[in-house]
Design a protein around this ligand. Structure first.
Ligand code: FES
Length: 80
């Protein structure tokens, strides 16, 4: 993953438990799509988001979204 826009990217569907998460934006994490601290060598910073109840989330992988880190359909994928 890189932060550059990718026309082939699809959202990452994942079910998360309540908690705070950090979406990797540098692409160097060993725990993608989540941050593991690798960004500290570069200029990218992770995107913090919170889940309040167990839910299916769709994380943007194309970086065209206006609602990061969530997919907003800008990639052309219709979300359920
Ligand atoms: S994956 Fe980026 S808007 Fe859907």
């Amino acid at each position: 993953m890189s932060r550059s826009e990718d026309d082939q990217a699809m959202p990452i569907a994942i079910t998360l438990e309540p908690g705070t998460y950090f979406r990797c934006t540098c692409g160097e994490s060993d725990s993608l799509p989540f941050c593991d601290g690798h960004h500290q060598a570069g200029g990218e910073v992770p995107i913090r988001f919170t889940v309040t109840e167990r839910e299916r989330v769709y994380l943007c992988a194309c970086w065209k979204t206006d609602n990061p880190p969530h997919c907003d359909g800008s990639c052309g994928v219709a979300l359920p």
